[in-house]
Design a protein around this ligand. Sequence first.
Ligand SMILES: [Zn+2]
Ligand SMILES: [Zn+2]
Ligand SMILES: [Zn+2]
Ligand SMILES: [Zn+2]
Length: 88
Amino acid sequence: MNRFCEHDRVKYYCKECKGNGICEHDRLKYRCMECKGKGICEHDKFKNRCIECKGSSICVHDRIKYRCMECKIMLSGKLTGKRKREEV
Ligand SMILES: [Zn+2]
Ligand SMILES: [Zn+2]
Ligand SMILES: [Zn+2]
Ligand SMILES: [Zn+2]
């Protein structure tokens, strides 16, 4: 089975080959707002980043996880706490 096209891409996602993963707007179908792809939620956002959908990238503080200062502090607090315990 040849999954790669002449453009050295996975054919399914190749824009030039119009793979099945590409929509009529030349975007990844599941991320296309206009096609309402699987990655787009009812709020017209990327599902995993949608606060209302509680996407996987959203933390308990309703922020994007990797940008959330509170999460960073929480995480670093946990890490130092663990390290201290290990030292004792
Ligand atoms: Zn191609
Ligand atoms: Zn589209
Ligand atoms: Zn949403
Ligand atoms: Zn957070």
